[in-house]
Design a protein around this ligand. Structure first.
Ligand code: GDP
Length: 665
């Protein structure tokens, strides 16, 4: 009896191989992989099942469309302005509903795991149900790419593409060649100034390429919640093959959930070996379609232009499948994709218009920057009056340089703009002040407790691939055994922790777990700045134990009183209103406001109490380090003498139990 391979049949049916494997399971054939062969009878059975399912799905979709059309009709008859989801009034209602729910949830005392589980389930239900119904739209979602179902006013939008890959593999050349060969005939006025994005025209359709000078920029955009890119073109040189930054790019695109199109470049070179590149990609779970996988691989030469038509066709084809759209009738929102400070023009921001349109004279806010739009330029640097949804534009007139990924929106007046920008700046300052990692393992329990955290995002680095695999599967098992926590591995790689890992972790709200690897001082500093927790281990068991303990609340910080510093009294100042200020030099450690102090004189303790106030020069400060001078004041004692020695003790966070895991940031 003739047999057929699963992936070949899937391809013939226009299905993903996994979908076919799932369908095979439904007809009772288990344990097959994409490479397995199945006999004709089985193939026949599964094809029949799929046909039935497809017919059923079509009926459902038609019924749903009819219901929606009726609803839209009814709504249009009643209130024409409120048809589209996400009207501001509705957000308000949704937010109100959310507040009511939050109030009802209240603090919950959780005793056992079973209780915890039940509580999490309740929260999950409470959270998903009303949100979906009320159609709550956050700002970040608003600026996100729209796919699938669309309002009546929506129009087709050009796909937004980022080109990533290892240095020297041809990213810049590819963009240059595209800019010079594939721009619309009407736009051959030349490029007067490059704004960080290009619009390519192919077969009468537009494709927007954004310059992403590195993976860091790509991910930094995502860190602020705005998913900008629809597709990543991963450039891999055919002679050089998969290199470290290729792997990095794969990780970044995967973490962002952006489909990858592989462009094997430099195929004009004599030593080009595309097959080798494809084999290398397999190691990173990128399986070319021709080998039964999902990734489209095209072979190009950015230098000669060979294969570029094919690349652009592929992008357009995928865009068609995704049904990307924008709503020109909606309010204006945009996302900053690049920004700079120009000595003559001030702050410049290249913004991708996500919905609505922007015009000269509009008042906009982008994070802490705001202003009236003085000038707009299209991607070639030409001055324009307004720009429509789905296209990049450069804005002149902002008060400051906004960061990439910041969401831009229009407001009614400059006054409102300033107010919003100030609020934003204050929030940013508060976050900065807290100065600790945004996601920390020891806070997992509290997150579970309040329903804020259910997923523990981890970025793994290990010394060799064997241990990395072992670690991944142990974490998977642990995740399966802990109903209260979902462990999500954002990325996993080999080698020491790099700056790029930190950026990725920050964008993904992940903790970095290093196993038998290091993080150098620079990386530690970046982690502290980006508020990412790094935990280094050399025993897998310890990692699992720490996560378990964190989930059970056993890693909550423990405070212990410890000696923090010593000072000697040099001089006394009697201030009538205050009392006696002891002018001291800190000789050891630090003095800290609020600390318990003991004042020693000839070996005896003459005072013990709380340090009420601490000054350095003229300022009230929280602490003063050795060897600086400071002024000490206590509320209930004036008996200071020169030469007294002050010892300070304060509550210091300590590790609950000595573990092999060291923690930074
Ligand atoms: P990037 O660092 O990824 O932006 O790489 P570049 O675009 O700067 O290209 C690096 C080098 O590779 C340059 O010398 C290019 O001329 C060369 N290069 C890029 N694409 C091709 C190609 O398709 N064929 C050949 N032979 N050389 C290429």
């Amino acid at each position: 009896m003739p047999s057929v391979r699963v992936f070949a049949l899937a391809k013939k049916l226009g299905l993903r191989s996994e979908a076919l494997v799932a369908a095979l399971e439904q007809v009772g054939v288990t344990g097959v992989t994409v490479a397995s062969s199945i006999d004709e009878a089985t193939a026949q059975a599964v094809v029949e099942l799929l046909a039935e399912q497809a017919a059923h799905a079509r009926e459902e979709a038609e019924a749903k469309a009819a219901r929606e059309a009726a609803a839209v009709q009814a709504a249009a008859e009643k209130k024409p302005a409120e048809v589209t989801a996400g009207e501001p009034e509705e957000w308000e209602e949704a937010a109100e509903e959310e507040r009511r729910l939050a109030a009802r949830r209240g603090p919950v005392e959780v005793v056992g795991i079973a209780e915890l589980e039940r509580h999490i389930r309740e929260l999950q239900q409470a959270e998903t149900a009303p949100r979906q119904e009320a159609g709550m739209v956050t700002l970040a979602q608003e600026a996100r790419r729209r796919r699938g179902e669309r309002p009546a006013t929506a129009v087709e939008a050009p796909p937004i593409v980022a080109v990533l890959g290892h240095v020297d593999h041809g990213k810049t050349t590819l963009l240059d060649t595209l800019r010079h060969t594939a721009v619309a005939a009407s736009e051959h006025g030349g490029i007067t100034q490059h704004i960080g994005a290009s619009e390519i025209e192919h077969r009468g359709k537009r494709i927007v390429f954004i310059d992403t000078p590195g993976h860091k920029a790509f991910t930094a955009m995502r860190a602020r919640g705005a998913q900008v890119t629809d597709f990543v073109v991963l450039v891999v040189a055919a002679n050089d093959g998969v290199m470290p930054q290729t792997v990095e790019a794969i990780n970044h695109a995967r973490a962002a959930n952006v489909p990858i199109i592989v462009a094997i470049n430099k195929i004009d070179l004599p030593d080009a070996d595309p097959t080798r590149v494809k084999q290398q990609l397999l190691e990173h779970q990128i399986v070319p379609e021709e080998w039964g996988g999902h990734e489209i691989v095209v072979e190009i030469s950015a230098l000669t232009g060979q294969g570029l038509d094919n690349l652009l066709d592929t992008i357009l084809l995928l865009a068609e499948v995704e049904e990307l759209w924008v709503d020109p009738a909606a309010e204006f929102t945009g996302v900053v994709i690049e920004s700079s400070l120009d000595p003559a023009q001030g702050a410049l921001a290249t913004v991708l218009v996500r919905s609505g349109k922007i015009a000269v004279g509009d008042v906009v806010v982008a994070g802490a920057a705001y202003g009236r739009v003085r000038r707009l330029r299209d991607w070639r640097g030409k001055s324009i009056k307004e720009m429509e949804a789905g296209r990049p534009v450069e804005i002149v007139g902002l008060s400051a340089v906004p960061e990439a990924g910041e969401i831009v929106r229009a407001v009614a007046s400059p006054k409102e703009a300033r107010q919003r920008a100030e609020e934003y700046a204050e929030q940013a300052r508060q976050r900065e002040l807290r100065g600790v990692a945004e996601v920390q393992l020891h806070e997992l329990y509290r997150g579970l407790h309040t329903g804020e955290v259910k997923t523990l995002n981890l970025l793994l680095k290990a010394d060799v691939s064997g241990t990395l695999q072992a670690l991944e599967s142990s974490l998977q098992q642990l995740s399966d055994s802990m109903p209260e926590v979902d462990i999500n591995i954002v990325a996993a790689g080999i080698g020491d922790i790099t700056e790029s890992d930190i950026t990725l972790a920050a964008a993904s709200q992940a903790i970095v777990i290093g196993y038998n690897v290091l993080a150098d001082d620079h990386v530690l500093r970046v982690a502290a700045d980006d508020r990412v927790e790094i935990r280094l281990y050399n025993v897998i068991y310890q990692i699992l134990e720490d996560i378990e303990r964190a989930a059970a609340g056993l890693l909550e910080p423990v405070y212990e009183e410890q000696f923090v510093g010593r000072a000697t009294v040099l001089q006394l100042f009697r201030i009538s209103r205050l009392g006696v200020v002891a002018g001291c030099r800190v000789t050891d450690g630090r003095m800290q406001r609020g600390a318990r102090i003991e004042v020693k004189r000839r070996g005896e303790t003459v005072y013990e109490g709380k340090l009420t106030s601490l000054r350095h020069l003229k300022d009230d400060v929280a602490s003063v380090e050795a060897p600086n001078e400071c002024g000490l004041l206590v509320a209930d004692w004036r008996g200071w003498e020169e030469g007294d020695v002050v010892e300070a003790y304060a509550q210091v966070e300590v590790e609950r139990k000595a573990t092999a895991g060291a923690s930074a940031a």
